[in-house]
Design a protein around this ligand. Structure first.
Ligand SMILES: O=C(O)[C@@H](CO)OP(=O)(O)O
Ligand SMILES: [Mn+2]
Ligand SMILES: [Mn+2]
Length: 559
């Protein structure tokens, strides 16, 4: 901080005591929606979350978790874990990757930056490869940004372009991949009319190819590497549209899990392996599922899988994905500068923190919570525990995931008396919700509720305080609806399953024996959101929040 008067010291809260153990629980993908058959939270047996709701309006309320409340471009943007946990941890609303890329493309500034100049050095003699998620989901990437970037790169001298697509079906409807490939193929055809050699070179489903996160399963990244960089995959096609259509027609296949494929020419030769002298851009703005590929593309020393070849390329991320690792070192758009997060403040004010989740969400309560920063602020004051996730399965097969294990770890941390804050993410509603399997999602919600109960019981025993909330909706609505909320049917009369997040608000509940009797939710904040939670938690630790944080959700009445 540049200003001379800056200090990490937080003012004492005038009314609330210090020293309480606070459990902060984030139920991933747990929104509030009308109770019906497609609301898995409603369908599940969730006595603990139901009982918290009885505390409304003083100790239970709803907060916004999507759109501008979390720094996304519009109110049509559903929430997601990155922006949700960023807001929860940072206590302020930052224009997020989706918006920053929009602005940089609209102003043309993206083409003036260091990152673009760096990749541009390969345009004369090399190929430009764009790798990323192909959909308009807006969570990790957006089709319109890819379209603008393709055109912009061509305008700025790219002569040979290869796109390596990852099909979605998670932030958008399953089956929509076909339409996105058609759109992209049209754009590439237009570039070819301009004399630019532009084609799709490889592909695969995002959950099976490339987009793993938090080092859960490097095989996923390897499959992508083989197809994208080496030009090798079990499936070969001469057209991407044909590839996606044929692979989707296989039994049990879906967009999220399409196997890797490469596009070959009439001689069977892959059209776009990455070779020395090429440029590569990973077009996702969101960090978590690009970090592993970024490491493979950038690190000279790398032992996660055998890369076979490590081409000398000019690589840039759409954004820088990890501020602490400075990864990648080149990027087209600067990420939001999320500084002075609540975690960093609290560490400076003597708060000892324990954070835990299973691998698939571990970075959410650590990396995202801390403003896309990996590692500890102060290892003496923090302990982060990762419970290994199951690998190689879709979570509808094991919908309970590691919820109970996470809760037990939290319980031990609470009862140990070593920590002031015990923070967890319970992944079930989200991870199972994304599979589109309604029955399994009901089981998932019940498991998450049981985990909350374990944590609340520990807080009761320790005389502490709990804050139970969520990062965005998912499990509370599993069907695509028309504007009036009626479930939509597909051509065959079957309901259209919604695998994505939602626009719903999320609950927040406070309580526990350590909560001062006069504490209740304020009534004067009209539409607070996730960013109001950080100040709330700071208050519960006995501190005033910094003045530029979004206001606290609570007030303390004299009783
Ligand atoms: O799985 C993911 O990457 C996203 C959806 O694209 O979900 P979440 O934001 O909950 O992590
Ligand atoms: Mn989430
Ligand atoms: Mn999700």
């Amino acid at each position: 901080m540049g200003s001379p008067e800056f200090s990490w010291k937080l003012a004492d809260h005038p009314k609330l005591p210090k020293g309480k153990t606070i459990a902060v629980v984030v139920l991933d993908g747990w929104g509030e929606a009308t109770p019906d058959d497609f609301n898995c939270i409603h369908k599940a047996d969730t006595p603990t979350m139901d009982s918290l709701k009885q505390g409304a309006p003083e100790r239970w309320r709803l907060i916004k978790a999507h759109g501008t409340a979390v720094g996304l471009p519009t109110e049509d943007d559903m929430g997601n874990s990155e922006v949700g946990h960023n807001a929860l941890g940072a206590g302020r609303i930052y224009a997020q990757g989706a918006k920053l890329v929009d602005l940089a493309l609209a102003s043309g500034k993206i083409y003036e930056g260091e990152g673009f100049k760096y990749i541009q050095q390969s345009f004369q003699n090399g190929t430009l490869h764009l790798i990323g998620l192909l959909s308009d989901g807006g969570v990790h990437s957006r089709l319109d940004q890819l379209q603008l970037l393709l055109k912009g790169c061509a305008d700025h001298g790219a002569k040979r372009i290869r796109v390596h697509i990852l099909t979605d079906g998670r932030d958008v409807l399953d089956g929509s991949s076909v339409g996105f490939v058609e759109t992209l193929e049209n754009d590439l055809a237009k570039l070819r009319e301009r004399g630019i050699d532009a084609q799709i070179a490889s592909g695969g489903g995002r959950m099976y190819v490339t987009m793993d996160r938090y080092e859960n399963d490097w095989e996923v990244v390897k499959r992508g590497w083989d197809a994208q960089v080496l030009g090798e995959a079990p499936h070969k096609f001469t057209s991407a549209l044909e590839a996606v259509k044929k692979l989707r027609a296989e039994p049990k296949s879906n967009d999220q899990y399409l196997p890797p494929f490469v596009i070959v020419d009439e001689n069977g030769k892959p059209v776009g392996p990455v070779v020395d002298g090429d440029a590569v851009v990973t077009i996702n703005f969101r960090a978590d599922r690009m970090v592993m590929l970024a490491k493979a593309l950038e690190y000279e020393d790398f032992d996660k899988f055998d890369r076979v070849r490590f081409p000398k390329i000019h690589y840039a991320g759409m954004l820088q994905y990890d501020g602490e690792l400075k990864l990648p070192s080149h990027y087209l758009v600067s990420p939001p500068e999320i500084d002075r997060t609540s975690g960093e403040y609290l560490v400076h004010n003597g708060i000892r923190t324990f954070a835990c989740s299973e691998t698939v969400k571990f970075g959410h309560v650590t990396f995202f919570w801390n403003g896309n920063r990996s590692g500890y602020f102060n290892p003496e004051k923090e302990e982060y525990v990762e419970i290994p996730s199951d690998i190689g399965i879709t979570f509808n097969v094991k919908p309970k995931m590691k919820a109970i294990e996470i809760a037990e770890k939290a319980k031990d941390a609470i009862l140990s008396g070593k920590f002031h804050q015990v923070r967890v993410n319970l992944p079930n509603g989200d991870m199972v919700g994304h599979t589109g399997d309604i029955e399994a999602t009901v089981v998932a919600c019940k498991a998450a509720d049981e985990a909350v109960k374990i944590i609340i019981d520990a807080i009761e025993q320790a005389g502490g305080v709990y804050v139970i909330t969520a990062d965005h909706g998912n499990a509370e609505d599993m069907v695509k609806r028309d504007k009036k909320g009626k479930p939509l049917l597909d051509k065959n009369g079957k309901i259209q399953i919604l695998t994505s997040h939602t626009l719903q608000p999320v609950p927040i509940a406070i309580g526990g024996p350590g909560l001062a009797p006069g504490v209740r939710f304020r009534k004067d904040l009209s539409t607070p959101g996730l960013a109001n939670v950080a100040a709330t938690v700071m208050n519960l630790h006995g501190f005033e929040a910094p003045s530029d944080y979004e206001p606290t959700l609570i007030e303390v009445l004299d009783v």
